[in-house]
Design a protein around this ligand. Structure first.
Ligand code: HEC
Length: 131
């Protein structure tokens, strides 16, 4: 955890030194995302995603006025690894990429549900050409 906090502090320092990130002007919404080809495990992820995350991150990860789309290079696995989804859900996150405000910790979501949610989000990203 300590290492994570240091990494986060460094990232925030780099962002504030580099001024406005290139994507800050983008609206954070991905219009009409495609659903991935569904399997039973992905369906579990989708149901949990809809229960815990979609109110802000939108149907099929498209984004809403309360939170960003996940179909964006910012959330590519190389930039936000799977662990960052667990940290965001458990601890929340400060607004730093967008202007949607802070994300509060998500209450009541288990590790197993988060694993399923991340698998669904990755499948959505892939189905929409992020990687
Ligand atoms: C109440 C609204 C809300 C809910 C519910 C919500 N989020 Fe978020 N989330 C946000 C906002 C706003 C941001 C953007 C913060 C920023 O500007 O970078 C965000 C950012 C994130 C990030 C990026 C964190 C980072 O390190 O930059 C991840 C990952 C994430 N959310 C995952 C989830 C998951 C998984 C769920 C469901 C378990 C969820 N969120 C539910 C509002 C929400």
């Amino acid at each position: 955890m300590k290492a994570n906090k240091i990494t986060l502090a460094l990232l925030i320092a780099v962002f504030s030194m580099s001024g406005t990130p290139a994507w800050a002007g983008q609206k954070g919404i991905f219009d009409n995302p495609q659903e991935p080809k569904m399997t039973a495990p992905l369906n579990v992820g989708k149901l949990n995603y809809q229960a815990f995350c979609a109110s802000c991150h939108g149907k099929t990860g498209r984004g809403t006025d309360k939170g960003p789309t996940f179909i964006h290079r910012v959330y590519h696995p190389g930039h936000h690894a799977d662990g960052s989804f667990f940290i965001a859900a458990k601890k929340g996150t400060r607004a730093h990429h967008w202007k949607f405000g802070d994300m509060k910790p998500v209450k009541g979501v288990t590790d197993a549900q988060l694993s399923a949610i991340v698998a669904y989000v990755r499948a959505v990203q892939q189905a929409n050409g992020l990687f």
